[in-house]
Design a binder for this molecule. Structure first.
Ligand code: GLU
Length: 460
């Protein structure tokens, strides 16, 4: 018995050494890329038991291979603004891992975009996409272009210039971008138009999140938000809870947030707050979603304007304040690291019962630890928000077979995918004696799928 324990400790030590050495290499080779370090660190810390059980992953050096992008592209994006001035932005695409299929992941247009943001998003995308069960690898891209305040023609010229370079690197069986923050159906339309013109071919499956008039999928717009709530619903059900009658706070007011609110309301929850990058609104009686949709989807204006039509609501110019509002369920659907230690403590103090991450990496490492320590149900981003990219894969299927499924057909598939993701995470956590820890469950389930496939494909 003693010998066994001794040996076991030795194995544990050598696995730990391997993980630590790969982690250190990532830090050294990618200096100042904090978000990327965070995403890699969060994954590495939860998969050590998998490496202990399956030393083949160490023998094949899977970790060092998986943290290195297959390709990272950075390019100049010059464009002319409405005053005739030449502007220059930087464009990116990371083609992180193609073991499971063509690279797949959104484009983000936001001034904060840099190597670190793109790499953290691309890294997360590998495992998220694996969890969907769809044949898609992981990628991500974008630009530090700020769409805020730009005219429609400026957006179009920017998208055309961006695609002039990106088109050299993508294709329906190579890499299939979609939207993310700052990129919706309008931008995808301009990007697709430019790609089509350059190639002289109508390759619908080169982009997803397209408009319904040019081969987009029904329910793609709703998919990330609806999927977030389907996952949440399954998690609550598993713990004998229900959305009906709960008070919910949802950050953001973009695509993910709007459709998470819509589904949560439909299932009987009261959503009392949402936000944008300037501030948040609190409407005690429940947010009027029609107003939010009009302000954000049609008028493309600030959430502060909600107050003019709903004088009972309160507007505050401090985004993090939204997490001080008492609620049963919190759905961070805005951006990375929006819930820090302080916000997490506020939520716990006010009796939050469940968190589901609609955005990518919205909770810091410290915040997640606080939720787990306090036994709050916690759904991690790569599982919770996988519905968007899952329906993107369904859009690719429809495009290649030149068919168009009904809203209901897609929605039924989405629901089934989200349920399966939830149960796969639960099972993976159980298998590695970490029951109830869906952070570990999602990482393990996603990682093993990609790692096993990388081994099947050889050292390439
Ligand atoms: N940007 C979304 C995500 O973070 C969607 C990606 C896609 O549909 O390819 O998963």
């Amino acid at each position: 018995m003693q010998t066994f324990e001794k040996d076991f400790t030795k194995v544990e030590d050598s696995v730990q050494q391997y993980v630590t050495s790969v982690h250190k290499k990532v830090l050294d080779k990618n200096p100042n890329e904090n978000e990327f370090h965070q995403a890699v660190g969060d994954l590495l810390h939860t998969i050590t038991p998998v490496l202990q059980k399956h030393p083949i992953y160490i023998k094949q050096n899977i970790l060092e291979r998986i943290v290195e992008p297959e390709r990272f592209i950075s390019f100049r994006v010059p464009w002319i603004d409405d005053s005739g001035n030449v502007q220059v932005n930087r464009g990116f695409r990371v083609q992180f891992n193609s073991a499971l299929g063509p690279y797949k992941g959104g484009l983000r247009f936001h001034p904060s975009v840099n190597n670190s943001i793109i790499k953290f998003l691309g890294f997360e995308q590998i495992f998220k996409n694996a969890l969907t069960g769809q044949p898609i690898g992981g990628g991500k891209g974008g630009s530090d272009f700020d769409p805020k305040g730009k005219s429609d023609t400026e957006i179009m010229r920017f998208c055309q210039s961006f695609m002039s370079e990106l088109a050299n690197h993508i294709g329906p069986d190579i890499d299939v971008p979609a939207g993310d923050i700052g990129v919706g159906a309008r931008e995808i339309g301009y990007l697709f138009g430019q790609y089509k013109k350059m190639k002289g071919r109508y390759e619908a499956g080169v982009l997803t999140g397209k408009g319904l008039n040019f081969n987009g999928s029904l329910a793609r717009k709703e998919a990330t938000g609806y999927g977030t709530v389907y996952f949440l619903q399954e998690m609550l059900k598993d713990h004998n809870m229900d959305l009906r009658g709960t008070t919910v706070v949802v950050s953001g007011s973009g695509n993910v947030s709007i459709y998470a609110m819509e589904k949560a309301m439909e299932l009987g929850a009261k959503v009392v707050a949402c936000s944008d990058s300037d501030g948040y609104i609190y409407d005690e009686n429940g947010i009027n979603l029609k107003t939010v949709k009009r302000l954000k989807e049609v008028e493309r204006t600030r959430i502060a304007n909600y107050i003019a039509e709903h004088p009972n609501a309160v507007y505050s110019e401090d985004c993090t304040g939204i997490w001080s509002i008492p609620c049963d369920i919190a759905l961070p659907c805005a951006t990375q690291n929006e819930i820090d230690e302080n916000a997490a403590n506020n939520l716990v103090f006010n009796g939050v019962r469940a968190i589901a991450e609609g955005a990518n990496m919205p909770c810091t490492h410290e915040a997640i630890s606080i939720f787990l320590e306090n036994n709050i149900l916690f759904g991690p981003a790569k599982a919770v928000n996988a519905g968007g990219v899952a329906v993107s894969a369904l859009e690719m299927s429809q495009n290649s077979s030149r068919v168009s499924w009904s809203f209901n057909e897609v929605d039924v598939k989405l629901k089934a995918i989200m349920r399966k993701i939830y149960h796969d995470c639960v099972e993976a956590a159980d298998e590695y004696n970490n029951s109830g820890n869906l952070v570990a469950g999602a990482n393990i389930a996603g990682f093993t799928k990609v790692a096993d496939t990388m081994i099947s494909l050889g050292v390439i």
